[in-house]
Every structure is written in structure tokens, then in C-alpha cells.
Design a protein around this ligand. Sequence first.
Ligand code: HEM
Length: 448
Amino acid sequence: MVTQIKTPSTKTIPYIREFPLIGSQYAFRHDRLNFLLHVAQQGDVCGFHVGLVPIILFNKPEHVQSILVEHASDFIRGQRLRKAIAGNGLLIAEGEFHRQQRKLMAPLFQPRYLASYSDTMTQYGERFQQQWSDGVVIDLHREMINLVVNILGKVLFDMDSIETDELVAAIAVTFARSTYVLSSPFAFPLNWPTPHNRRFHKAKQYIRDLLQRIITERLNSTTEHNDLISLLLRARYEDGSRMSDQQIMAECWTLLTAGHETTAVALIWVWYLLCQHPEVYERVQQEVDSVLEGQSPTYDDLPRLPYCLQVFKEAMRLYSPAPAVRREALRDVEIDGYLLPKDATVLVSPYTMHRRPEYFPQPEQFDPERFSPEREKDIPRYAYFPFGGGPRVCIGNHFSMLEGHLLLATLAQRMTFTLVPGQTIRFDIENTLTLRPKGKVEVIVKKR
Ligand code: HEM
């Protein structure tokens, strides 16, 4: 059921029928993914309210291109995100400051550096798999996060082992705060001494102290390191100056937080889906066995492991780690004939778009063949966009594709996971911005 709200545009934005004052606050907070699917089912464009704040979901590939690419300069990520996310890194930078930071940081993610990170990714994959003995039960949720955080610790800071448990717990607290601010119309201000806020300040202080220690050590050290923080310290703006220590801290924070949960979540769902589709799992293992012949995969092996990549892409289609991308209009802007007033909030959602049957027939079915070279080219641009698009497309895009591809090949070669029966696996979308599972995902390890 939809009601019509008139705007002075050529087309009228339909809104779902909602409760007065609170709108769809409850469903958006507690059952966000089903709620977004419900909104998407109403039409290509449909609005709803979180409290009194209207939000419009645009759900056609052309809309994604229009909002994230063509009209990129007419939108910002927004005040709400700024309030929700700690620090002042790339993720929340806007306008000219964002352009400057992005220009400085983009080279760090170029292929020549990526190739050098690939050995670290495989080595850690091998190190982790050696710790899991045959027949043991592991929690994929914990292990994939630890694995990815350890890889980031090495790539970012050249640290052989990072204080994973404490760090992951602290980041989780900051994420929970971000989600709460983004999905609640009346979030308590940060200076109120609520238990939530106290936990948040403690977690923030922990991450800040850790990063400060690393930066200070690095500034006082004469040893050469082959890591991202060294590249950040060496990078220069157009006027020849370097980033302030404070900005370096903000960027490391951003890379650490934006870079770990997303890739880890993607990998968790890869294994979960493989466990449920043994025929696909077998094909992955046949590919790695025949191509790698028992050796660890390298950067150069990847083109010969196309099926592994198809599996990774298809897992991110079904369970896109970042299920929605949000923007606020900087000025009045027209998208596909719909006039959006200044400050309007819009969403585009990989989660809903990736389930449009006209682009992905039988969308709930896990089918890596969708990404075979013959079929992938028929997917319209921006019908698949797990990394967003335009000038703010994920800077870690190639990094995480590389990491996912390598870790999938490394672990599939050495072992087979089987889901421990009787588990109920659900999303934890209430507490996080990513598509993290709620609680454990337990598997039994069988060494090959
Ligand atoms: C599967 C893994 C990943 C997924 C699905 C993902 C998804 C995304 C998406 C959708 C955006 C755009 C959000 C928007 O436009 O509002 C984004 C931005 C970003 N991501 Fe990722 N990401 C992943 C991995 C990474 C990694 C590994 C890093 C860093 C090491 C990273 C760092 C960032 C940063 C810094 C931004 C902000 C870019 C900017 O605004 O210029 N991400 N990511």
C-alpha cells in the first residue's frame, strides 16, 4: 500500500504507508533488510520515514549511476554519518578536502603495491589454517575477522601480531554507536554519560592510543618498513607538505575499520554458501588443486583461478557486506524526473538491487555462473555495485577482491569446512553497518 506525497517535480515520489511521527523507525532499525526489500517492491523509487526524516530508496542501476557518479558533487555522505563515525578520515571527508585526501591515498592501492600485499595475505591464510587441526570446530565469524585484522596489521603497520581481540572489540563498539546514530532519529549526544557513550569513549581511546603508539614509534624509527603507514608518511600534497600526524591517525583508523569487517564478512558468507552448496565447493577445490598443485597461491596465479573469483563475486551479490549507501542532497537536484530538495536523504542499496530478478534471475539462488565471463558482461552497469561507485567508490575495492580471491584459494586447497548442524544463522544488522552474522558461525574443519 502506498500513499502519494506531492513535490513540485514532474514525478511524484511514492511513500509507503507508515505510523505517524515514528514512520518506519522500528522496521528500519530492527528488520532493515526485509524492510528495504519491502520498500523496493513498491517501485523503482519509494520513500519512507525514520522518525520525521524522509528517506528515498532509488532502486534502478541508472539511479545508482546518476546519484553516485553523474551527480556525485550534488550529494554528500552527510552530517549524520559525520556524527556517527569517529575521526576525520576519508570515509567522512567531504568536498575539496575529500578530493585532496583521496588523491594522496589512491596510489597506495595501485596494482604495484597490491601485488606486494598479496604474499602477506597468503602467508596469513596459511598460518591460520595450520592452527586449525583436523576435526576441530572453529567459529568462522571470529576467525575470519582475526585473519583479516592480522593481515591489515601487517599491511598497514608491519606488525606481526596485533592485539586482535581488544582491537576488534573496540572497533565493534564504535561501529555499534555508528549504527545507532544512523538509525535513530534522536540519538543521545556523545557528552551525555550514558553507558553506551561511556563504552564508546573507552573504545575510541583504546584505538587512539594504539594508533598513536604506532605512529610515534614509526616517526622515531630509522628502520625502513614496507607498509602503508610508511607510504602515508611519505605521501605529499600538491604544495609539497605532508599529512599531519593527526590526519594520518584518522586515515589509519578509517582503513582499519572500513577494511576489516567488510572483507571478513564477505569471506564468512563465502564459506557459509559453499558449505550449503557442496557441488560448488567441489568445483572450487578441483580448480585450486589442478592450478596450484599443492603450492600456496600467488598474485600471478589468480587469472588461472577464475571460478574462485566467480564464487567470491556471487557471495557478495547475495550478501553484500555494505548493504546500503546513503547520500544527502547538497542542493535541489533532479534524479530521473524526481525533484529532491536540498538536504533530502537518499539510499541506493546493493542488497535490494542485487535481488532484482530482471538482472539476476531467481535472485535468492547462489549461482556463481552468473559471473562467468560470458554472462557477466550482460549484467548492466551498477546493477551490481558492492563497492559503491563514482568518486567515492571504495578505495579498498581491488585490495579486498585480491584478499578474498587469495584467501578463498588458500583455505579451500587445505581444508573443507562443514557447518555444525542445528545453528540458526542470522544477520546482525541492528548493531552494525555491515552484513555481519549475529553470533557464531561454527564449522568443523576437515583437513585435505
Ligand atoms: C568486501 C570488502 C569491502 C566492501 C564490500 C566495501 C564497500 C564499500 C562501499 C560500498 C563504499 C562506498 C560507501 C559510499 O559511497 O558511501 C566503501 C568506501 C570505502 N571503503 Fe570499502 N569496502 C570493502 C573493503 C575495504 C577495504 C579492504 C578498505 C581499506 C583497506 C576499504 C576502505 C574504504 C574507504 C576508505 C572508503 C571511503 C572512500 C571514499 O569516500 O573516498 N574498504 N567501501
